[in-house]
Design a protein around this ligand. Sequence first.
Ligand code: F6R
Length: 244
Amino acid sequence: MRIIQAKDYKDMSRKAANILAAQIVMKPDSVLGLATGSTPIGTYDQLVEWYEKGDLDFSDIKSVNLDEYKGLDHGNDQSYYYFMHEHLFDRVNIKEENTNVPDGTKEDAQAECGRYEELIRSYGGVDLQLLGLGHNGHIGFNEPAPVFEKETHCVDLTESTIEANKRFFASAEDVPKQAYTMGIGTIMRARKILVVASGEDKADIVAKAFFGDVTPEVPASILQMHPDVIVVLDAAAASKIAEE
Ligand code: F6R
């Protein structure tokens, strides 16, 4: 695991975008695993800027997103489908048919999760997986649990995640209670993993996840076992590392 320290959010975003851009340049038909949430927004903005300058070409890129709320349709501005189109897909030349987000409108969880897992396999796996980090150590929507869930599955969101996400909804009652997410096994099969974390509120979990014990109670801690992980942190998110 390599930890790269950045000055601030902008610097973190540029450094993370550089790693994604290098992947796109080196392998123009890469399969990118993508994340939503507030942390990668600056990374996507930077990629769009480089695309607009003519430095990046997404025409052969395929993407698979980590997760989606169950029950939200594509037009819902809180769906991850909507987020990805707003922040990246509609701003670069990626082909719509090459972009994938679990379909939250599908009621049959087993069928949808199986389809998604099979799709990733049919793509030959993920070349580079981008991840944010939840305050409780979740990655995707893999919440703290007694065991690591391996495959794409349907989860009941924890109170802490509902609490953290309610800022995007009218109230906590409006936050969906379930989501489809890639499993820990799905994430760990990615050839490379890039984690971004920013802000003082992430400092404790950064120290715990990347320097503490590996346990399913801190899902991101499993990343310590992956052979090719880069974690890009701003100074605030890195501030508790020495204390662990
Ligand atoms: C998003 C996702 C989540 C977020 C995490 C951090 O697709 O899977 O695990 O990465 O909740 O979110 P932010 O970046 O908003 O702090």
